[in-house]
Design a protein around this ligand. Structure first.
Ligand SMILES: O=P(O)(O)OC[C@H]1O[C@](O)(CO)[C@@H](O)[C@@H]1O
Length: 395
């Protein structure tokens, strides 16, 4: 990471700012939604009440002594943050902490009957079962007649714009889904991306996934294409070890998405078969790593993960949160080169992301000026703009 006095770490303590609204409004809304969606018992309701109070007015508290990941969280900064307001610690940290505490409140990590029950499962299922998903799968039937480059481009864009399908985002950005998005790419380095994945590819593509459902399905379709067309010999799909940021994909969500594809007809089912057999013969692997739910940026990643990324032909980070973690959750001047912000990364890296937070790098001065003139700051958080950025380590 370069020295960054000009790029302060984002906190949530400025009323009126986007991060503040997430802590003050979105988190309470998520607690309400989860509470309404499950027939929880009194203990869970009490714990949710306590969480609501803690996250809006309280301070960060230690994890109970028996928590299996207490050491991990201490290493991730918990000890240093205990006693501080949720608003005054790095926003990235507070958000992760919220999901960790929410899972505690509903008994996800406990020994009881609710252990392992994903509190976001009904929302994820509703999305996977939605008619929009049917329409997106049916549209795949138009692809087989097209040249490979066009199919590849369509699937890349499907995966990119699939990142708009973020349930946490929709819970509070009422109507965001209905607005006609400008659909503008503020940076498009897809030529470099394709140059790293030639049709003779013998390497491994790592995709660090973001949301389940209508984002994960197109991510899987892209992987199926890259494997079937020989642009990657192997692929590794990183998903979250536990439910996170409402809609982030876990292994269970991968299974649901694959079953959805397999149960579809036409081209969708064929993609499902490609993926199913790639999993069976080991060309496609699903990975969960604890650091995927860490409240820290990727420069702090552990050595085993660094080695894995270093060995990949290309690592693709999906979505807004992963972007924040990849470049650092800081108010970068938007013209800071993406390659500079990711200079620590041990291999070629790409970001596919719709813009849903203030963090951005790699824009030209002209692009930034045009966006600011047209939209003020809204373009940074509205989810109506996207980017494809790529960086390679300097050899
Ligand atoms: O699903 P994505 O694209 O990672 O987006 C999740 C997003 O939710 C927010 O954290 C707010 O909760 C965004 O700012 C953010 O990064």
């Amino acid at each position: 990471m370069p020295d960054t006095p000009f790029a302060p770490v984002i906190l949530g303590n400025e009323p009126g700012s986007f991060p503040h609204s997430v802590l003050a409004e979105r988190h309470p809304a998520i607690i309400r939604q989860v509470r309404d969606a499950f027939p929880y018992g009194p203990g869970q309701h009490r714990a949710l009440d306590e969480l609501l109070e803690s996250c809006t007015e309280g301070t960060v508290e230690p994890l109970p002594a028996h928590a299996p990941d207490r050491d991990l969280w201490d290493a991730w900064g918990l000890t240093a943050h205990v006693g501080r307001s949720w608003y005054d610690v790095p926003w990235l940290w507070s958000e992760s902490w919220f999901y960790r505490r929410l899972l505690d409140a509903v008994g996800f990590f406990g020994p009881g009957a609710w252990r392992g029950i994903d509190p976001f499962r009904p929302f994820k299922h509703a999305e996977l079962d939605a008619p929009e998903t049917d329409a997106e799968l049916a549209a795949l039937d138009d692809l087989p007649g097209l040249p490979e480059e066009e199919r590849a481009r369509a699937l890349l864009h499907g995966s990119l714009w699939g990142n708009r399908a973020d349930l946490g985002f929709r819970l509070s950005a009422e109507g965001a889904e209905d607005r006609d998005p400008a659909r503008a790419l503020v940076a498009d380095e897809s030529d470099t991306l394709w140059s790293l994945l030639p049709p003779t590819g013998a390497g491994t593509l790592v995709l660090v996934a973001d949301n389940a459902g209508r984002e994960l399905v197109p991510d899987l379709l892209l992987l199926a294409h890259l494997l079937a067309e020989g642009r990657a010999a192997r692929a590794v799909l990183h998903v979250k070890p536990y439910p996170y940021y409402v809609s982030d994909a876990t292994t269970a969500d991968v299974v649901d998405a694959l079953r959805r594809l397999r149960a579809a007809s036409g081209a969708a089912a064929e993609y499902g078969r490609v993926l199913w057999s790639a999993l069976a013969d080991g060309r496609l692997t699903v990975r969960v790593h604890p650091f995927s739910c860490a409240p820290l940026p990727y420069p702090d990643m552990p050595d085993d993960l660094r080695a894995e990324f270093a060995a990949a032909t290309l690592t693709v980070f999906k979505g807004d949160l992963n972007y924040r973690r990849l470049v650092g959750d800081r108010l970068w001047p938007p013209t800071t080169p993406f390659a500079e912000a990711t200079g620590y990364f041990p291999g070629p890296v790409a970001a596919l992301r719709t813009l849903k937070s203030d963090v951005v790098t790699g824009l030209s001065a002209a692009t930034e000026a045009a966006l600011a003139a047209a939209e003020g700051r809204r373009w940074r958080t509205s989810g109506t703009h996207a980017l494809i950025q790529v960086a390679r380590p300097v050899t």
